[in-house]
Design a protein around this ligand. Structure first.
Ligand SMILES: Cc1cc2nc3c(=O)[nH]c(=O)nc-3n(C[C@H](O)[C@H](O)[C@H](O)COP(=O)(O)OP(=O)(O)OC[C@H]3O[C@@H](n4cnc5c(N)ncnc54)[C@H](O)[C@@H]3O)c2cc1C
Length: 305
């Protein structure tokens, strides 16, 4: 990978993206874009202003075989210290963050924050998403991992998803082509641009109360006062990762400056001197402890890039 690439706005001709009319930066620190605040730089990074610009970048990556990733809210990724040798795209432009109520559905952009979508639906008197109010991140990230909790997941409400394929073309996938399972979906072969969520009409006052209750419950089960956290494992069928970690005595484990958040043991907290390796080591150590003590193989929730 060409490490001497510069932003197309600087006028240097070293980047493979210079002729696309898209502002592309080089050596963008990804730590700024993740909840853990860790990790190295992306070789290239951009926030396209619309689908056309996105298609040009995606197509160029395909032609030149440049690895491409999308980052949403960065609440579920661990970037290694060495960074990511490829293009990282963030769908933060207004063209990708729309929330359009089309009763009883809501059409949303992949870059919209999930919490904003939930609030808009509740305000409009549309129910079905309230249990997701405490899930950090964007719609795109939520669709990829079928985000949810004990009260349901986003996949249950998806009518169709608009995606971009690796060559820059777009298509709409309806329900018959989509599969959602526990913290998994089959949307792992594309860029998600947006989706339509089918909701139910309900009294906005009752809905608001339910959302507020969920918010309070959610807050009480998440580490407060810090954003440098991540969820470590998916809940296995019939139990929670948190209870298994506690039962196995892994609550007090640490690796370097990464520690298990003792009150809610399925979270890792990154201290001020924490490295990506510390987090990775801690996740593996906790996983081994649960395997040795309880014979259960936990599946990591956080995705290592
Ligand atoms: C405090 C805390 C609480 C959490 N609570 C929950 C919870 O209750 N339930 C739950 O399910 N999860 C939870 N999580 C995990 C995480 O918030 C979810 O997985 C969330 O949906 C990730 O969204 P994101 O936008 O941050 O995705 P990111 O972390 O940015 O990305 C996650 C994955 O999605 C891909 N992706 C993102 N956007 C797109 C797109 N537009 N197109 C294609 N791929 C894309 C990325 O490439 C990556 O592979 C929690 C995490 C934290 C830190």
């Amino acid at each position: 990978m060409n490490q001497s690439a510069r932003s197309s706005t600087t006028g240097d001709a070293a980047s493979p993206f210079d002729d696309l009319g898209v502002a592309v930066s080089s050596q963008e620190p990804l730590a700024h874009h993740t909840w853990l605040g860790l990790g190295g730089a992306a070789s290239w990074f951009c926030e396209p202003i619309d689908t056309g610009a996105l298609a040009r970048v995606v197509g160029r990556c395909h032609e030149r075989r440049i690895p491409l990733r999308v980052i949403g809210g960065g609440s579920n990724v661990l970037v290694p210290a060495g960074g990511f040798d490829g293009m990282v795209v963030r769908l933060s432009a207004p063209a990708f963050c729309g929330i359009d109520v089309q009763r009883p559905a809501v059409k949303v952009g992949a870059g919209a924050k999930l919490v904003h979508v939930v609030s808009a639906a509740v305000q409009a008197g549309l129910s079905g998403l309230e249990t997701l109010v405490d899930v950090p991140g964007t719609v795109g990230g939520a669709l990829v991992g079928n985000a949810g909790g004990h009260g349901g997941d986003i996949g249950e409400r998806v009518a169709d998803v608009t995606v971009m394929l690796v060559d820059g073309t777009t298509e709409v996938r309806d329900r018959s082509r989509l599969a959602f399972e526990s913290r998994w979906s089959n949307l792992d072969d594309c860029l998600i641009i947006g989706c339509r969520l089918e909701l139910d009409e309900e009294d906005p006052t009752a809905l608001t109360k339910r959302m507020q209750k969920q918010w309070i419950v959610g807050r009480s089960t998440q580490p407060g006062g810090t954003r440098t956290v991540a969820m470590m494992f998916k809940d296995p069928l019939g139990t929670t990762a948190e209870s298994l970690i506690a039962q196995s005595g892994a609550r007090d484990l640490r690796a370097g400056d990464a520690s298990v958040y003792a009150p809610h043991a399925n979270y890792v907290v990154a201290g001020p001197h924490c490295s990506s390796d510390d987090v990775r080591t801690l996740v593996e150590t906790v996983r081994s402890r649960v395997r040795e003590k309880l014979g259960v193989e936990l599946t990591p929730q956080i995705e290592v890039w």
